[in-house]
Design a binder for this molecule. Sequence first.
Ligand SMILES: Nc1ncnc2c1ncn2[C@@H]1O[C@H](COP(=O)(O)OP(=O)(O)OP(=O)(O)O)[C@@H](O)[C@H]1O
Ligand SMILES: [Mg+2]
Length: 492
Amino acid sequence: MRPIRPIRSRVFQLSLLTSAIFGLAACAVVATLYFSSVEAVTRQIEATIDAEIKGLSEQYRQFGTAGLIRSVQNRTRQRARPGAIYLVVDSGFVPLAGNIAAWPQEEPDARRWVTFSFRTGSAADNRPGAGGEARGRMFRLPGGYFLLVGHDLREQQRVTARTRGTLILAGIVAVLFAVASGGLLSWLVLRRLDGINRTSREIMAGDLARRVPETGRGDEFDRLAQSLNAMLSQNEKLFVGMREVAENLAHDLRSPLGRVRQRLERQLSDSLSAGEKSALAMEALDETDRMLATFNAILSIAQADSGAPKRSFEPVDLRILLQDVADLYEPLAEEAGARLTLALPGRPVVVRGNRDMLFQACANLLDNAIKYGVESAGPAQPSAIDLDLDAAGESARFAVRDRGAGLHGEALERARERFYRADASRTTGGSGLGLALVDAVARLHDGTLTLAAAGPGLRATVQLPLDKNAPAQETTGGAGAEPVGATGADPV
Ligand SMILES: Nc1ncnc2c1ncn2[C@@H]1O[C@H](COP(=O)(O)OP(=O)(O)OP(=O)(O)O)[C@@H](O)[C@H]1O
Ligand SMILES: [Mg+2]
């Protein structure tokens, strides 16, 4: 896998794009502010000039050209208005009064504002001073005179140039900041993504126990890591489970296959009578039946685990179902020296599920109770096996309880594992898949299987959610309610 390059990464490009958009928006705002402030200053200058013009025209009206020239001379001398520019010239554009050296290039036109170049210097001395730009208006006066009133723009231009410089600098800083923040952001993100990539490569290389590192900060990357880790753990569990199933299956079927082979081989011998041969064939058939049962159990568990039977779920009345299972197992229990007691509520207990699978689950529990839970002291004192059904709140429960040695410690913990068999049960037939199937069926129905030591014996309880759409059901309304099972305890 190619290593991720920060600059080419999507994160970097996206953060750069965001910064660019943000930067452009900021530039637009600043530029608007800049131009509107320049505009405001210009308007202000024009207003000042207009006020000057008003004052001078007053003088002109009262005292004529001589009064105007005097007023201009006064104003220039007083320097009371910084930046103000005046010039009165005669018809040959010879300066008569004012504070700039010469009439600018522009044609005098009273209707419009002009921006013009000028040189400082009074009309009296002939030494032109510093030059600059000014804004103002020019008037043609009766008698061939011309008047110019304006304002020196140099100060404003200095401020504007400084502002422009600051803005350009700010722009450069913003670009650098955008690149730096984009780089930092992508580095931070890529560092975390790299952890995920590295972990997936290690897992692909065979190290199933590897997990995505978490920082403990609880941020979105940690949450992603947690979800991925949970998924990886589940996958590892499934993978290990599959491997164990394959190994256990191979291990479990080796001996019966060996026995079948042995019997088939002996059948080929000429010295055996027909009776002996058919006995051998029967034994081989029994072995293959047991192997088929193991395969069937494995397939049923796989089917339940796949969740596929959910599609054909239908309402199942557990009362009827348990009655049927009990009818089937009652003679077997009796044969083993136990009395099976069935306690059913008076009204239907309906769950949504697969009838055959639920039947098989209950049958497996009863099979175990008969196989491992009967410690009879003889026909006069049969051992007891109870099969109870009740419903409380939103769930139904059926439990099988025996009076045998029960399960304790590690055996109680592990009894649900596929192929697990407690040491004490090795002598009894079985493949260790019965409880695994009950567990898978319970999970398929969104329920649980609980195993608990009942002192004496074992209590296996399957809890399933009730079918909410079923008509009036037997529910006792939650905790503290009367156990429904007590209402109709009938020996089968
Ligand atoms: N009622 C019980 N009392 C004591 N031990 C039990 C009981 N039920 C199950 N066990 C123990 O749990 C183990 C697993 O039971 P499970 O039903 O899964 O397998 P199995 O009965 O051995 O084989 P299978 O059910 O596939 O024929 C049993 O081997 C047995 O040791
Ligand atoms: Mg069993």
